[in-house]
Design a protein around this ligand. Structure first.
Ligand code: DGJ
Length: 543
């Protein structure tokens, strides 16, 4: 190569890299800075206030339109909609993306961002959304067997043909999304498969699976566990410790009684990761999986969904599924905060992929966004048994609407305050404690008293909100179902003095005052009996 030519090649490479970088900079992505993670959409931090449709609401655009109307009515900024493999590839190799294009166009029309769910090989660990040609060909797409040898309604993760077919379909879909959406960025997140797991068996007992189970755990998996030994889940750690942290041996020799579940997690995460890998080569926006949690009263793998990234084996998924960016819980448990906390880790940003749509869960959006730096909250079933009528929200939707109404204008401020220790959730806890003290730093605390009606019946309605600390003497308080005081923590016990209290909202970064509430009403507790946004300026000069 002569000098000019090599210079030309170098310049061409630099400009290609620059173009690639500009393009990839623009598509939705997660950026990590130490233990902090942001979801960037159009280059700016984005927080998802959304909800998911019912599973079968996306087989025609009319039903999807109902979902979008419902989401508008609750002030959501995002929609979560399933894409069924059976509708996308009705015949092998013949793809039809018309419905998906309509779903994307509809979201654009409603100014909603989209989270698409790939209902491929797995839907709740079953195969209900696979194409008919997959369901009918039991030889090629062979199935999981139970310990007695009976076929299950689930494709085996050891079926290489199924993996090949799913990879092909998923990558075709991601290529299409890139072509259709790479400039608009309507689609911001992809869920790969749905709640993949084994149930009611602890593992796949097909011949191929049993052969693999008789072999050894892969050495790269064991090296990962060895490196992460101090942080892996307590269940996994203890099973491995009991086996003397063996690095080699059969699955049972290394993990003892926990071997079937660890093996299942490895098998499922390997399969899902290869599907994700195929999609990422086409369009590398963030991908996640959703996890069915272990419920109280479930005693063993198979009794609980086995092999998913639950509190037993999450680290196996982290070790294997490198093309999955987020492991997201589906939290249908009353102890929501404890469950959510488990998925809020330095290597895993919290995204609540599903939770109950019932009013009981509604304030947990505050826990997610303010308590745990979560990037989004999307309860399941916004269109449940309901057709959109202007002004007529169901009780479930109304609870969501009241919270989303006040959160929506605050999202840019919440996004800026993540990881700063300046966001404080106010949530009536599961034990229905009537009051709550929240230390705010700088010798100040907030004291919250929940309204009686919320304390009495958390099923029907539940209080909650957020405090945002803008400065040591300036706070935003929002939510409903409580009154609040600011208490000085130095000197004699006393409330902090107000300089001003205003009710209003934000238009971008600008505060817009609706009314001034300082004075008689401001000098007592601040009342948030209905959803309101208050800006509070305290007089801290005596401190
Ligand atoms: C969890 C699944 O991921 C959803 O698709 C849906 O089936 C819900 N369960 C129903 O509660």
């Amino acid at each position: 190569m002569n000098r000019e030519f090599s210079l030309y090649v170098a310049l061409a490479f630099v400009s290609f890299a620059a173009v690639a970088q500009t393009q990839s900079a623009a598509i939705p992505r997660l950026v990590h800075d130490g233990e902090q993670t942001q979801l960037l959409v159009d280059g700016a931090p984005f927080i998802i206030l959304g909800a998911q449709s019912e599973n079968t609401s996306a087989s025609n655009l009319e039903d999807v339109e109902v979902v979008y109307h419902d989401l508008d009515a609750v002030h959501a900024n995002s929609a979560t909609i399933p894409i069924s493999w059976s509708l996308v590839e009705p015949k092998p190799g013949q793809f039809d993306f018309h419905l998906m294009d309509g779903i994307i166009e509809g979201a654009r029309h409603h100014h909603l961002k989209l989270i698409l769910l790939w209902f491929g090989t797995s839907k709740n660990g079953l195969m209900g959304f696979t194409p008919d040609w997959v369901k009918e060909d039991r030889a090629t797409y062979f199935r999981v067997r139970d310990a007695g040898g009976d076929e299950q309604y689930k494709i085996s993760p050891f079926s290489e043909e199924a993996l090949k077919a799913d990879r092909q379909a998923f990558s075709a879909m991601m290529r299409h999304i890139r072509e259709f959406d790479q400039h608009d960025h309507t689609v911001i997140l992809m869920q790969v498969e749905n709640e993949d797991c084994f149930y009611p068996e602890d593992r796949d007992y097909s011949a191929a699976a049993s052969r693999a189970f008789a072999g050894q755990p892969p050495s790269d998996l064991m090296s990962y566990l060895d490196k992460q030994r101090e942080t892996i889940t307590p269940a996994l750690h203890s099973a491995w410790r009991q086996r003397g942290y063996r690095m080699t041996g059969s699955w049972t020799e290394v993990f003892g009684d926990m071997a079937p579940e660890v093996f299942s997690a490895w098998a499922l995460s390997s399969y899902v990761d290869k599907v994700a890998e195929a999609g990422k080569t086409e369009y590398a926006i963030p991908y996640y999986i959703n996890v069915p949690l272990i419920n109280t009263g479930q005693v063993r793998a198979g009794d609980w969904p086995s092999g998913t990234a639950n509190s037993q084996v999450l680290d196996i998924w982290k070790a294997v599924a490198k093309h999955i960016d987020i492991i997201a819980p589906d939290i249908y448990r009353v102890d929501f905060p404890q469950q959510a906390a488990f998925y809020n880790r330095p290597d895993n940003v919290l995204f609540v992929a599903e939770t109950g749509i019932a009013p009981y869960y509604a304030p947990y959006v505050f826990t997610t966004l303010a308590g745990m730096n979560g990037i989004g909250y999307t309860p399941f079933g916004i269109d449940h048994g309901y057709e959109f009528k202007e002004g007529a929200l169901t009780a479930d939707q109304a609870a969501l609407e009241e919270n989303y109404r006040v959160l929506r204008p605050l999202l840019p401020i919440i996004a800026r305050n993540r990881y700063r220790g300046t966001l404080f959730p106010i949530v009536l806890d599961m034990y229905r404690h009537e009051s709550l003290a929240i230390p705010l730093g700088d010798s100040l605390a907030a004291v919250v008293h929940f309204d009686e009606k919320f304390v009495a019946d958390t099923e029907a309605h539940r209080g909650g909100g957020i405090i945002i600390k803008l400065a040591p003497d300036k706070f935003i308080v929002t939510g409903e179902g409580f009154h609040i005081n600011f208490a000085e923590l130095k000197g004699l016990p006393r409330d902090a003095e107000y300089i001003s209290v205003e009710e209003g909202t934000f238009d971008g970064d600008n505060w817009v005052t609706k009314r001034v509430v300082t004075g008689d009403r401001g000098n007592v507790s601040l009342r948030l009996h209905q959803p309101r946004i208050l800006q509070v300026h305290l007089n801290r000069t005596s401190n």
